[in-house]
Unconditional design. Structure first.
Lengths: 202, 208
């Protein structure tokens, strides 16, 4: 249990998927201009990551990993090279399905989350989460915790950034620094602050 | 006609400098930062990226008249993912140590916004040879940023270039120390930020 809590805290803070592994930067820079949109996208990322990482865990361990097809009597095959294309297809299909389900059951939720879901299919944080899950050999439970934790970490980073950029609107920046450049520098400072958490172990 | 006036040259030079995908269009930053701790993986990543973006542009542009527009995203993703798998397997086979360093970031080329962005924005509306050159230009623009950042981080972070020590021992004796922060994530963000500032400053100077 302590392991899982520690994994969760690590994926939220010290091993933050955005600030330590640079994943999901594109939508981070584009969407953090707007605080409400950042919160919406943050929830959508948590949602999709907590579903796709465990789902891809099943697919990898029962279909793709070396010897995974043993339950079909095909233990000699190693399909792990297919993981990239399968993962991206699962993510795209999952996002599409979620969009339809949310649209069916909750109009309010759809209005808030729906527009962000298509953006998420090409968010590197989602594919990155699944690939790290394979790379680090997580067990099923760990993959659930990791998926959820990275989503929370990503949301924390983008909401903090959106809040910082509201204040930035009144700042008198030198020419050329506004927009992208200052966002990256603030992200750097934020990443430094998040690294302080790496000293904390449980 | 001078070389710099031809359409092909402009197609190459635009994305390589004035419309640089990372600094000016803010695309593809995800993978750019993680692989720049040392020069060697940065160069391999730049080459892999150039290969994927130019060939995906070429293939998609060649097929642009037969792809139905409502399923084009999935077709594009399939082309890109196949090229990335080829690259990944190639690196695993011939450059295993580098592929270990790059870890998941080769796979993440798939979701690199530059590639899908170029496929959508350029390859679907231009003939194959221009699309290919556009891909090379984007690869060069992406690669130059990557290599520059990696050069700064490796030089100041560990005193090396390509793993060879270049900072003279006399400096260390005089009290110089490598900056550990350069090897960590925050430095990458800050260097890219400063570079984007510089480039934007230089490219917009004439208009003011």
């Amino acid at each position: 249990m302590v392991d899982l809590i520690s994994l969760f805290l690590n994926s939220v803070f010290a091993g933050n998927i955005l600030l330590a592994f640079f994943l999901g930067m594109c939508s981070f820079v584009a969407v953090s201009r707007n605080l409400e949109a950042s919160i919406g996208l943050g929830f959508a990322v948590i949602f999709v990551l907590s579903i796709t990482v465990p789902l891809n865990w099943f697919i990898f361990h029962y279909l793709l990993a070396p010897g995974a097809l043993a339950w079909l009597g095909l233990g000699a095959y190693d399909l792990s090279f297919l993981k990239l294309i399968v993962f991206i297809a699962v993510i795209a299909a999952m996002v599409q399905a979620l969009e339809m389900i949310i649209d069916q059951f909750s109009a309010a939720l759809y209005a808030n989350l729906g527009i962000f879901l298509p953006l998420i299919a090409v968010n590197c944080a989602i594919l990155g989460g699944s690939l790290f899950m394979v790379e680090r050999n997580y067990t099923f439970i760990e993959s659930v915790v990791y998926g959820f934790g990275s989503g929370v970490g990503w949301m924390l980073a983008i909401v903090a950034m959106a809040a910082a950029r509201i204040k930035l609107r009144y700042a008198d920046l030198p020419r050329g620094l506004e927009g992208f450049a200052i966002t990256m520098i603030i992200t750097g400072l934020m990443a430094m602050a998040f690294m302080m958490f790496s000293g904390i172990t449980m | 006609m001078k070389l710099s006036k031809t359409k092909a040259f402009k197609t190459f030079a635009g994305p390589a400098w004035t419309e640089n995908p990372i600094n000016m269009q803010m695309l593809g930053i995800c993978s750019a930062l993680a692989v720049t701790v040392q020069l060697k993986p940065a160069i391999v990543m730049a080459l892999a990226m150039t290969f994927v973006v130019s060939f995906s542009n070429l293939i998609i542009s060649a097929m642009r008249k037969i792809i139905p527009s409502n399923i084009r995203i999935i077709v594009e993703l399939a082309v890109i993912a196949s090229l990335v798998i080829v690259t990944d397997e190639f690196l695993r086979a011939y450059m295993y140590d580098v592929s270990k360093l790059l870890s998941v970031f080769v796979g993440l080329i798939i979701t690199n916004c530059i590639i899908l962005g170029r496929a959508e924005g350029f390859a679907l509306s231009n003939p194959p040879h221009l699309a290919f050159i556009d891909g090379l230009g984007n690869g060069a623009g992406y690669g130059s940023v990557l290599i520059f950042v990696a050069l700064i981080r490796e030089l100041f972070g560990s005193g090396n270039i390509f793993g060879f020590s270049v900072v003279p021992q006399a400096f260390y004796d005089a009290g110089y120390e490598d900056m550990g922060i350069m090897l960590l994530a925050p430095a990458a963000f800050i260097i890219i930020g400063l570079m984007a500032w510089l480039q934007k400053y230089l490219t917009t100077r004439d208009e003011v």
